[in-house]
Every structure is written in C-alpha cells, then in structure tokens.
Design a protein around this ligand. Sequence first.
Ligand code: CA
Length: 228
Amino acid sequence: MKKVLILEDEVNIRSFVVINLKRAGYDAIEAGTGAEALQKIKENPDIGVSILDIMLPDTDGFEVCRTIRATNKQMGIIMLTARTQEMDKVTGLMTGADDYVTKPFSPAELTARIDALFRRIDGDAAASAELLAQGPFVMNVKNHTLEKHGERIRLTQVEYAILKLFMQHPGRALSREDILSAVWGRDYEGELKIVDVNIRRLRIKIEDDTANPIYITTVWGFGYKWGA
Ligand code: CA
C-alpha cells in the first residue's frame, strides 16, 4: 500500500485526514510534532508523500520540509496552510514543497493532490529506470548501454545518441537533417555526410549482415528508418 505521512498537531484535523487517506486506499502514518515526523520518515523510507502542517509545537512545517529535502528529493510534499497564511504558500514552495492545500480543505481535494503527486513520482521512477526493448536490442537509457541478445555492444556517444533517436521513433523514416540536428544540435554546421559515416559504423556493430541491413534501413533520397 502507498504510504502517506500526515504531520498535524491538531488531533481532530489529523484524524479527519487519516480517515480519508485510508478511505482513498493509502496507508496513513501519523505524526504530531516535527521530530516525530522525521523519526517516522526514518522508520518508513518508503513514504511517498508527506502532508506537513505549518504551525507545530516544536518547529514549523517549512523547517521539516527543508530537513526532508536535504536528503530526499523524491518524496512528494504538500503543505497545509491556513487561509491567513497566503505568503506561506510562496515560502513553502520555495523550501521545496510540491504543492499546498488551504484549510479548511475537502477530503476530495486533498486526495486528488496526493494522487497527482504519486502519479508524478511513479512517472519519474519509470523514466529513470527506462529500458527501450525492441527485437533483440535492449537500451538502458539511464546507463547509456546497449545489449543485443544479452551481449553488450560498445557504442560511441554519437552512435548511442543516433540509436536512441531511432528506438524512440520505431518505424518512422528520419531524414538525415532530422538526425543531424537531434544528435549534433541545431547549430551544427557540419555536413550531412557525418550522419552516413556514423550510420555505417553503427550498422557494423549492430547488424547481422552489414551488406543487407535489416534494423537500420535506408530510405533512398531521404534518410533512415529503424525497425527491430
Ligand atoms: Ca498546527
């Protein structure tokens, strides 16, 4: 179950949030002071989102937010602010919070904000562990590595960038100009021939038969197409 920490010293508000978190399918972890919250986070490193009240008996929510952010950039953080604390919103977001909810708030509003943060966190995790797998090829976008049938193929940075572009656009014909500007940058003033030179080298490394390429095919008078 996804864990959400609620730091709030007012027991009534905290219980109200806990009931609604549970109803929304979250595992609610409670804290009444800043110190308690940091302790709970230490004990539960898998907490995905924390809801932090600002006015607390031992510290304030911004300080707690700063402390969390010093070691944890991943966690979603929502500040609970009172209506009179308009400036707090700005300060809260500057100290590293992702969002804020103004008291009094509806349970639906709070859970919608939490859901959105979890979606973003899950998306980030998927992106950072991204594998592009097509045919016999697996590209690890995080480590910049390529395997064919499980065997590592060593690529130069340019070859890797070209292949990544292909694998992100399977089946689409890419012009040599497209490839040049995506890989070398829009301001690059070199010749299109550099694209062909690198494609030739790439084919030697990844094709079964360089004379009859099947993964990187030539689109005559235009460019190249990836299919695996
Ligand atoms: Ca409070």
